[in-house]
Structure formats: structure tokens, C-alpha cells
Design a protein around this ligand. Sequence first.
Ligand SMILES: Cc1cc2nc3c(=O)[nH]c(=O)nc-3n(C[C@H](O)[C@H](O)[C@H](O)COP(=O)(O)OP(=O)(O)OC[C@H]3O[C@@H](n4cnc5c(N)ncnc54)[C@H](O)[C@@H]3O)c2cc1C
Length: 354
Amino acid sequence: MCAKKIEMEEQAAARRHSAVRFDVLVIGAGPTGLACAIETSRRGLRTVLVEKGCLCNSLFHYPSNMTFFTTPELLEIGDIPFPSPNQKPTRDEALEYYRKVAEHYQLDARQYETVLRVEGADGEFRVRVEDRFGREQSYATRKIVIATGYYDLPNYLKIPGEALSKVMHYYDAPHPYYDMDVVVIGGKNSAAIAALDLWRHGARVTLVHRGPRIHHHVKYWVLPDIENRIKAGEVEAYFDTRVTAIREDSVELQTPNGPKIVRNDFVFALTGYHPDFDFLESLGVRMDNKDRCPECDPESLESNVPGLYLAGVIIAGSRTNEIFIENGRFHGRQIAADIAARLDEAVTPAMLEE
Ligand SMILES: Cc1cc2nc3c(=O)[nH]c(=O)nc-3n(C[C@H](O)[C@H](O)[C@H](O)COP(=O)(O)OP(=O)(O)OC[C@H]3O[C@@H](n4cnc5c(N)ncnc54)[C@H](O)[C@@H]3O)c2cc1C
């Protein structure tokens, strides 16, 4: 295709973006965002989802062989059954399920578009996005739902060496770490599960946790497993200990018995993640000082910014262990009910093009 034609098509695409006015734009196509889009679509509201990665991008980046803690029916959205032969579904099953649900409801999900900023006000927002090639476009929408989760931003340790390429904040699969010295930092589910998986696949694992023991929130079927591996000396563990620096071939620890240097090839710093507070702040959303919980009405889930709703795990601020798929999946109903009640045209099928 000639350059001129490509340019014309790009201009036409940009015009299409700005010509349509949506009733609702949902930022983030995770389980919560999908549930929100289903509920608003069901009420006849013209809805679009904008997702920076693929559908259910966070789930796609969970460990590839993971199983959920939750039984399938608690992950269901849009009244669509989640059939699984397993008591606890795998990541791949969940991804397939959410794909099928999106397909069933014919959700308009724009993947690989990152929301950069929001302009305008209630009833006439303009949402600026950037696609994966760096091209900026915008959407006009009357209401916005933010369902951006918390998995994109790790809680950094802020210690020397953290930027080394051997340090990772996401665990995927054990194979590359066979016969390697691996330090896992953290004491909750992700750290315990990664430590066990790595050890079972031939890595020499050292677990370092700043707390006195593995966290009591660790799932009841994982906790005895990791504790027994530690007791047997199969996984070495340092509690009440902080990693103070990471070097090419070692890791420096501050233990209750003083400093210690541990030989090391790879580090998994699995110390949690947090919502994009800067993004929320840039939209004018106020947050409390303690847990950075955004201000929102508990019934409608509308934030302090009129027309801007919050859904899913971001509602709990930095307390990311309070809202899961299990409970966040119901936020869409609250939000859709409120938006429908407020928009005169809520019961008409779709908004006409301006
Ligand atoms: C390993 C692991 C196992 C878990 N197991 C369970 C379980 O068994 N049961 C359970 O209920 N919960 C579980 N959880 C928690 C659960 O997955 C999360 O609470 C859930 O994904 C939150 O859903 P969400 O839709 O709010 O956010 P997410 O699933 O994180 O979706 C947010 C989406 O927003 C997108 N996004 C972010 N910023 C932008 C932007 N600026 N522009 C466009 N898109 C953006 C992201 O790419 C992402 O796709 C688990 C979590 C982890 C890490």
C-alpha cells in the first residue's frame, strides 16, 4: 500500500475515533472492566473498553502454570457459567473463559491502547489514548469507569542493584532457573508459590522475608508445604531479614544476626503491586493519606469527580488483598445502575453519531 493511502486510512481511523460519542468508556479490560462493560451494555448504553495490553492483560502475565485460589463459579461474570474440570481453574482456562464471555456479549474492546489522560467533564469527557505504535487518538464519552487494577506497578525495594537485569518483579515459569541460585523476596502467596515451584524444578532457593514467618494469609494448602520445605532445609529461609543490596553474583542481607552475603544468580522480588495512584490523581480523584483509598460513593462507586466511576481492586487503594475478582465482579452492576438512572437516553439502544 502506498504511503499516501496509509496516511489517508490513518486519518480516517482518527476521525472515526473522535466522531463517535460513547455513553461509557471503561479503562481496563480485566475481569472487572469486562463485567462493567457487560452491565452497561445490557442497559443499552453504548460502551467501549480501552485496554493497554491484551484482554485480561494482568491475568495473562500471571505465572503460566498457575491455578486460581478460587473455584470457577466465583470468577464468573455476565451470568455465563465457567465450566472447568478442575476444582480451581488454571490461568489458561480463565483466559479462555473471559475471551468467550467478551465474544458472547460482543464487547467493543480496543486492545493495545493505553489511556494517557482525560480531558473535559461529566457528560463530555475526551479520553486520550496512545496505541502500541505511539499514535495518539481520542474517544468522546459521557461517563468513565476506571478498572485499571494494580498489577502493572510493583512495590520496588529501592535498594542498590534492583535495576540489574537478573532482578524480576514478576514470576512466570521455573525452567530457566534450573541449577541456579535464586533468591525470592517476600512472604505472601506469590513468594511462597514461586519458591516452591522453583525448588521443585531444580533451583536452589533462598527465601527472604522481612516478617517473622510466612504470612498467615498464605493459602491453607500452600502454607504447610512451604513451611515443611523450610523445616527440611530444602528451601533456605531468612526471616526478620531485609535485602540491602543486590550485586551481580550475590545478595546482601541484614539478618537478626548481622549482615550476610548469599551467592546468587537471580532474584524474584515478589513484594506486591499497587494501583497507579498518579493516574488517579491526574484525573482529580482524591485519596486518603493512610491507604490511598480513592474517594468514592459506596453505592454508586462514583468518585469525587462527577461522571468518573471506580471499579475493582483500585477501590481499596494500597490494600490490594481486599478486593479480588470474586467481589470486584459485582461493581459493574452498581455502576451501570447509577449511570443508567442518570442518563436520560439510558434506555435507548445506542447513541447516534454526533
Ligand atoms: C498470582 C495471582 C493469583 C490470583 N488469584 C486470584 C483468585 O484465585 N481469585 C480471585 O478472585 N482473585 C485472584 N487474584 C487477584 C485478581 O486477579 C485481581 O484482584 C483482579 O485481576 C483484579 O481485577 P481488575 O479487573 O480490577 O484488574 P486487572 O485484572 O488488573 O485488570 C486491569 C486492566 O487494566 C489495564 N490497564 C491498566 N492501566 C491502563 C491504562 N492506563 N490504559 C488502558 N488499560 C489499562 C491493565 O492492562 C489490565 O488489563 C490473583 C492475583 C494474582 C497476582
